[in-house]
Write a protein that binds this ligand. Structure first.
Ligand code: AMP
Length: 274
């Protein structure tokens, strides 16, 4: 496995490998990330991953400084998973000191995570565009766990005519239903036991909506279920799966999306409906 830390090293590796399937990450890797590597391998091209904790997608009061980092462990996992190349840019490579350009996002970035975390998706779109420019992948693999992120990236790729195929990969979960996340490491054992309530509430709500129950009442009940379990719901919403606009009845494609606080941890989840 080639490890590139400078643009020169990355270019050399890219020229040697030819077209790649790309898996961008922020490290602290778990089985969810490795599912992306597996999907990329199934795509048939050599797999390149990146590890970069992107400062521009964190708010001033968020967990950038204490975001979990484990470079040696991550590299061992990527090598074990069959990655051909890992790109490890420093902050000054990614954001040159005189750089001034950021991508402005709208549409699917407007609500939900976009409203709760101002600037988050501009940071995501900017770093993903930079990574695509550096890596020039044929395809890039993103987890459905961050459903809104996939729609923002898809919109950006279409709007900027970037020559890359975006491939969504289903969410990897614990047997309890809890979506795997690097931030789950912050949960206390007690919080970890409460956390699956978010996914359970989504499954219940999806069944009710498909059965014809009124959407507003169902979402209200889901928020109540989540709160009963000790989580603080931020949003639980039925949305158009691509535009992320809220919908009041079941039109397709529809997605139930949710975020809730548990202690210091923000949990995200989403599932298809119908
Ligand atoms: P992160 O390192 O959290 O920025 O995530 C890097 C990529 O891994 C993103 O495309 C995430 O959506 C994806 N990812 C994170 N958790 C999971 C999971 N549980 N299942 C599938 N993909 C995931």
């Amino acid at each position: 496995m080639i490890i590139a830390r400078t643009l020169a090293e990355l270019n050399e590796a890219r020229n040697a490998l030819g077209p790649v399937g790309f898996v961008p990450t922020m490290g602290a890797l778990h089985e969810g990330h490795l599912a992306l590597v597996d999907a990329a391998k199934a795509g048939g091209l050599p797999v390149a991953a990146s590890i970069f904790v992107n400062p521009t997608q964190f708010g001033p009061k968020e967990d950038l400084a204490r975001y979990p980092r484990d470079e040696a462990g991550d590299l061992a996992k990527l090598e074990g998973a069959g990655c051909a190349l890992v790109w490890l840019p420093g902050v000054h490579v990614m954001y040159p000191p005189h750089g001034t350009t950021m991508i402005h996002v709208n549409g699917p970035a407007t609500h939900w995570e976009g409203a709760s975390r101002p600037g988050h998706f501009a940071g995501v779109a900017t770093v993903v565009a930079k990574l695509f420019g550096q890596m020039r992948p044929e395809s890039a693999y993103f987890g459905e766990k961050d459903w809104q992120q996939i729609q923002v990236v898809r919109r950006m790729v279409a709007d900027l005519h970037l020559p890359v195929r975006i491939v969504p990969v289903p969410t990897r979960r614990e047997p309890s239903g809890l979506a795997l996340s690097s931030r789950n490491a912050y949960l206390t054992p007690e919080e970890h036991r409460a956390a699956p309530a978010l996914h359970a509430a989504l499954l219940h709500a999806a069944r009710e909506i498909v059965a014809g129950k009124e959407v507003a009442a169902t979402l209200h009940h889901a928020r109540h279920e989540v709160a009963q379990a000790g989580l603080v719901p931020d949003y639980i919403a039925l949305v158009h799966a691509e535009t992320l606009e809220p919908i009041s009845g079941l039109i397709r494609p529809a997605r139930l999306i949710a975020a809730a606080k548990l202690g210091h941890v923000r949990l995200l989840d989403n599932i298809p409906v119908g």
